[in-house]
Design a protein around this ligand. Sequence first.
Ligand SMILES: Cc1cc2nc3c(=O)[nH]c(=O)nc-3n(C[C@H](O)[C@H](O)[C@H](O)COP(=O)(O)OP(=O)(O)OC[C@H]3O[C@@H](n4cnc5c(N)ncnc54)[C@H](O)[C@@H]3O)c2cc1C
Ligand SMILES: Cc1cc2nc3c(=O)[nH]c(=O)nc-3n(C[C@H](O)[C@H](O)[C@H](O)COP(=O)(O)O)c2cc1C
Length: 1152
Amino acid sequence: MVIKRTFVVHFYKQLSSVSNNNKRSDLSNRYFGLFLINRLTAYIYSTYLDTYFAKMWLEDRHGVELRNHTTGGVSVDKLFLGNISEGPCSGEEVCVGSRMVPRQVPANYKRPKDKILQQAKEFLDGFFRSSKKFASEEHIVRLLEVHKDIENKGKYDLTYDELVHGCGMAWRNAPRCVARVQWQSLKVFDARHVQTAKEMFDSIVEHIKYATNQGRLRSVITVFPPRTDGQLDFRIWNSQLISYAGYRNPDGTIEGDPANVQFTEACLYYLVSLCHSLGWERKERTQFDVLPLVLQANSLAPEVFLLPDDIVLQVPLVHPSLPWFEELGLRWYALPAVANMLFDCGGIQFPAAPFNGWYMGTEIGSRDLCDPQRYDISKMIASKMELNTSTHTTLWKDTVLLEVNKAVLYSYQKFGVTTWDHHTASESFMQFYASEMKTRGGCPADWIWLVPPMSSSSSPLFHQEMALYFLKPSFEYQTAAWSNFNTKSLIKKTTTSSQCNPRKKLRAVIIAVRLCSFLFYSSWSKRPKVVVLFASQSGRAEKFATKAFASFKSIFQTNLYCMADFDTSKLQDHQAIVVVASTFGDGDAPNNGEEFKNNLIKMRQKNSKFRQMNNESPRFAVLGLGSTSYNQFCAFGKFVDITFQELGGTRLLPLVCADELNNQEKTIETWLSDITIALCKQFLKEDNHNSFTNMELSGNQSNVSLTARFITSQEEKEDILRALSHVHHKEVSLARISGKTLIGDSNPNRDGHAIICLQLNTLNSETLKYKPGDHLAVFPQNNRDMIQRFVLRLRNCPAYKSMIQLQVQGPNRNWEYWKRIPPCSFDILLKRFVDLTSSPSQDTLRLLASSAIDPKDKMRLDVLAEDFVAHEKWVSSNNPNIVDVLEDFLSVDVDAAALISTLPVIQPRFYSISSSASVVPREIHLTATIVRYRTESGKGRLFRGMCTSYLEQINLGDFIICYFKSNPAFHLPPYPSKPLICIAAGSGIAPLRGFWQQRCFEKGVPSHHTFITKIFGNFSKRSVQQQAANQHGPVYLYYGCREKSSQLFRNELDAMMQHKVINKTFVAFSRETGKPKNYVQNLLWKDGARVSTQILNEGAYLYICGKKAMAIQVEDTVIRIMSHYGEMNNEEAEMIIRNLKAEGRYKTDIFG
Ligand SMILES: Cc1cc2nc3c(=O)[nH]c(=O)nc-3n(C[C@H](O)[C@H](O)[C@H](O)COP(=O)(O)OP(=O)(O)OC[C@H]3O[C@@H](n4cnc5c(N)ncnc54)[C@H](O)[C@@H]3O)c2cc1C
Ligand SMILES: Cc1cc2nc3c(=O)[nH]c(=O)nc-3n(C[C@H](O)[C@H](O)[C@H](O)COP(=O)(O)O)c2cc1C
């Protein structure tokens, strides 16, 4: 204590003597002086005494003697005496000075206040000393100011001059840098004001431009905002501002710079996870692809930026006397700019402070190009030089190194780019070293790094002993940015954000979890295996399964399968099984899920159980797609969910059923986000020891679908039926058009209302077994005009007649067949497979945006591609098809294969069969409303439904491709005596016509001059069912259409009523001129008393057919009728409807 007091007094004496000596007039204000002294006493007590004790102790020591073995001279390094940092070997029992990274600033390192104070003081002392203002008033005021800031805020801001001084000193102090002689000429760009990654990027571009200076390189540092609380870091994830990508080939070889394979893979993943594509990942790969910059502002998710080609100066490597050298296509970039070190200055840490000097030739010629773990060109050069590589004694390696280094120096000189050879560099360092010893009393130096990698002993550095220690300010290694990236909090933040729409939320989660996967898994092969299975009839479940797959594939080892292609015995090979399945028929699996369902039933019957992996049963989650209008809501999804549980699986999430009638899309988006989180929670384990550098992301698992192409197919002849059967997992057949009637507006170019009635002949015996209520699936095709317009806007279209196969580039850039489109002619591909009428998805728009030349087009497309709400609005108002979009955005220049691989495959359209096979054997009748309307609320272009416009144009005698689908959920009741209440609107009357024909037949009603007889001839067949004729219950038909002229089957219905096949028909017209709008539900309400009695007391069956909106209105009305006439409350009435549905007495056939 005594010593301490003495020391303070001594310090002040010294201080005042300095002041007096300087004759400082401005210290004359005694009050100010006293104030300073008081404040400073407290300051010194609190911060410096320990340091000074350390110094006092160190001062007793003599420094280190260092010998130069060439000259024999001995110098003493005492500078380290002020150094309080640890060296690489402190605390180690052995010397580890050759470690690449001897020490690094840990992630999230928050320097304690007392340390900041101490380092600030030392730095400011140094700064003022260097400007010859040590102990000046300015110095003291600054110390007080800084002290106050540190006390209050835990930080302070360096002035620009201090920053410049600090940057220079950090360079001067860098023990590994041979070029330190330049330290005073470092240009400092102060970028501490930037806030976003984009602003960081702009600053870096400026840095590169200024530093490159057309080859006459200038040393520059750009300093981004400092670390504030150990959390909010600005970081550059690249190790250098300019560096080359490294790609792992399927055979394990590497293209490009092996040093950057992991970073390149991370970039590729990250680019894909970003919802816009930069195009970089799709470029043709070369050995020298400049990596994009991954920049992180304020600890937010990093963003990726491409460096403009014109600012990255590169030097093609040529040799002064070996002409073939040029042909090797070797090159290197001009500007070496370290990007990932932390600049530590005055106690403040700057995690992003890229700096550059210029290359010493050997860094490129020896290390980058010839190191075995880098480009490793030695053997190749040796063989070109015809050197004998069979023995080391030929010194072929040295010869190669020499020639490559000569080439590097020669080329940089030839192209006017600053560089220096290792001899000049060594000599200049020796001068710097000598000068530092003289002026500063020492020079921290890392012999291992400073001695050049070739001709070491011919460099003077080799013979100079050096002392390695660390001074501040400094450039420090720091833990990789990704390991400091707080993914957990990001996940939490994004998943708890309530304002986020589910899709945005999902996107944020995907980005976060992708990063998690980088951080927390040491190798791909350790990642959990996830399989996504789907079963889908009309494509929705497949679409969402594909989305789920897309979000999991870079996190887990993920595969996507249609159930029909999946071997059920492999289920247990996966740690997680994610199922997306719709329901069809009467609670059935879709076609492509039938076999899977049967296999699960067999497994259940055999009491099989899933095999355990590492004592864990497979996890599973099921998303069912369905419609509550069907009795068996999501039955197949429910079946899979319960069966997986019975087989011993563990649920990741409870079953989710997405109802077509109730926000299906939103339910699915939320589920997608939930399942992604659930999988991550289940499988992503934190392991802070795994840094990125330990990661072995296996390229062959990357699954990045980069591009697409057409190749010539070996198929000799086209078999469309087989191709469609294969793609849709259903045997398809031909049916001939034998009758066609159009009712309503026959002009296909107007948006008038029209209905088409078709008569088909089929020879398929299965199809002919249909019952009224069953469906026919019809495969439409794109019309010729659309196809021609489409092709005109594409690049690289194959010839129409050429047999081709679409391939996409998948994992590891290997080409895979695009399963959704089989080998066929380009013509058939366009006609039968690529859906040209649907509105482009956001994925497609993303591709178009990246292919747009006009920035305005690009911007508009980008908005649609990224903004979910804007996209939804655009689609619902404009319903644009891909051809319209290509014509609207004329600057889009897109490759045919790439675009086609993003478009959906044409799905068949279902039609309720509107005939009875008993009445018209070998025939199937369809009744379809032609979809034709003007978009944008009637003001936009004419939209024509794909299938109905195809059916409209088809000629008698032509064939359509179709398959039959049984629909037991809408068959006539098993007890014909029960009353039938049939409700339909528009073409919803189709299946009802099948019913009355069937009843007609069963009752033995003779043929008539009805629509049937007019078009299809008489019928008078009798059957056994006729015996039950008298037992048929009453039939009431409620039918809605626009106006009298569009009333379908009027004559036929009159005849049915005449023969008591239908007891009463009620027709509501919604657009009859001069009359109020009327709808089926109004008619039903009017008959409420009878309807209620029939339902509640007589066991009536209700059949409702038509569009969703109509079905909803009708259900509401039936509920109202029940509660009004059945004297029950609303809940009870709803319960009745639920029971009716469960009993199969309330049946719906909804048209989408
Ligand atoms: C089980 C089942 C049975 C069916 N039975 C029949 C039947 O018997 N008769 C029948 O006519 N249809 C029936 N359909 C509907 C039929 O399958 C088709 O959906 C319909 O014919 C339209 O097909 P498309 O290819 O012509 O139109 P698409 O090219 O598929 O276009 C239809 C799309 O256009 C949009 N659209 C259509 N009209 C408008 C409008 N006015 N305003 C805004 N957008 C609009 C909607 O997004 C709609 O989904 C049935 C559907 C199902 C699922
Ligand atoms: C003919 C037909 C039958 C259907 N049967 C059911 C059913 O029994 N249960 C159900 O929940 N949904 C049923 N649906 C609704 C579909 O499951 C729903 O439309 C789903 O979104 C379709 O998904 P997909 O395109 O993947 O096949 C049926 C739909 C149609 C057209």
